[in-house]
Design a protein around this ligand. Sequence first.
Ligand code: CS2
Ligand code: MN
Length: 357
Amino acid sequence: MTMRWFGPGHDPITLDKLRQVPGLSGVITTLYGSAPGEAWTKEEFAALKREVEASGLSIAGIESVNIHDSIKTGAPERDKYIENYIATLNVLGDAGVRMVCYNFMPVFDWTRTSLFKARKDGSTVLSYDQKIIDEIDPEKMFSIISSETGDAVLPGWEPERMARIKELFEMYRGIDAEILFENLIYFLKAIMPTCARHEIKMAIHPDDPAWPIFGLPRIVTNREQLLRLARAVDHPCNGVTLCSGSLASNPANDIPEIIAALSGRIHFAHLRNLRHNAPGDFEESAHLSSDGSLDMHAIVKALRDSGFEGPARPDHGRQIWGETDCLPGYGLYDRALGLAYLNGLAEAVEKAARARQ
Ligand code: CS2
Ligand code: MN
């Protein structure tokens, strides 16, 4: 069980605090300051690794090494950026990293219409309402997010990228789901030999929410698409991040069933619960099954039964107990509560399985 840590200067929650969370063995981190497409250097990564290890924790995987838009759009300069990606994988592989999470969403990473929706108990959560999205143009999206975050920079919502939003939309003109899929396969085929050499497991993160928004295609949203992707590059290093909250934004997705179907190809798990309010309208909840729409016990059990061995982490939590100094969704308190609960489920599932043997 791991937790996400955004790195020095980016995450107000220190490693000293994280290491007191019971059952935490490692962190999932990244070079948060690096732009998509940049090759990471050995020195930069060694410094990050030293810092994590000095706290007694280890790096359990990278989330994310982001993909340059030219790779997603298949622009002529993509090969140069794929070379940079391979250089980064070599740095990571040499440093002992075995899992890299990434996503292939055009323009926006995960999208929410509010980062601080108030709940009855006084906590706040991230929420999404398609009706709001339908009424605004995409350029407004960044102002909604930035007006709620102030100075904090959310992954995928960097002001430098958002300043170029018109240009980004222009780049994706004519890119439909089929072309985007081909570009993903091109990228995966190019990096597979490097991944195989270092035994780095690539774990694509599902699109969040799990349907196309602002007319942009989305290709990692359900069981069929995930299986198609796994088969198109049929190598164990081509795998998936099982993000329960992202996939379950579409209530038609049966998460335990998706886990069973992808057995052997899930390399990372994001465990998060959410509550469906109406079609296209959901809010995140505490991790507890009873607080949301997902059966978290069934999800943890399905992961165990599928032979999943990779890192897992609690995904977004609520903001509680007056905690404000954190990135939205990434406070310490509720993620720690979530982690303790998920560890309890994992222990119960494990013991029940052993008792049956
Ligand atoms: C994360 C994503 O906070 C989140 O919702 O799950 O931002 C995730 O890190 C990226 O999509 C993976 O590249
Ligand atoms: Mn996730």
